[in-house]
Design a binder for this molecule. Sequence first.
Ligand SMILES: [Zn+2]
Length: 266
Amino acid sequence: MVVERSRRECVLCGTAFMGRSFLCPSCSARYRRQRPDRVLRRRFYEAVDRQYPGWANTYGSYNPPFGLLRVLDRLPRSLRILELGCGGGALLRDLAARGFIHLVGLDLAQTALAEARRRGTPARLVLAEAESLPFAAETFDLVIAADLIEHVDDLDAHLTEVARVLRSGGLYLVKTPNRPLAELYYRLAGLDDYPFWHPSMLSPRELRQLFARHGFTVRFVAQPRLTPAQLRKVPTRMLRFLAARLPIGNLPVLLRPHLEVVATRW
Ligand SMILES: [Zn+2]
């Protein structure tokens, strides 16, 4: 989630300012000190969808989980799959095109589900929070969340819920920024409001430890190449040309811009 520098209005309070963030300097400062509540978060994501449709993952697919899709390609098409933070449904439609048939998508933003419906996404769509899943225990064989967990306020509550709705031996596939590198980038880019929209980023070690506490064994999978959203952050055309050809899959986990994870529930 990054936007070019421009004169714009704060998505929360409407104050005009010059910058690259979604929030004005005073809202940014306020929500570095205090965690926003869920109502405000929902309002924020719906406002981003309205004000920045070209950047919201609701209306496009800029960040596909290339490594996780390779894992999915090897799995039985009969799996019962839940996608958390499904946005406008791009990944669900991709999964359907790959032959998966039991698909449920969940998002907290009405704007996202409206777009998923408009695009005819072949999945059951559910409006809910990722910390409180409206499903019975062991409903799913696989849960997938691409660019979702970093937005979740309470990761312990979230993982307790994912472990509950997965069957024993089920998989949680996750794509999320690599915290130390992401923080460095956000600071350099002047995205002072990142604690608002990415309150729960993890380093590889933090991720492994947190998931272990909730009964998951973690395996990191390599992303074969940079995603369109990552390439968009590279400043010049020449550098973008080179970056698109980087053999990024060979980087050690610590140096990857984002983490792709296959977590198995014991
Ligand atoms: Zn503001």
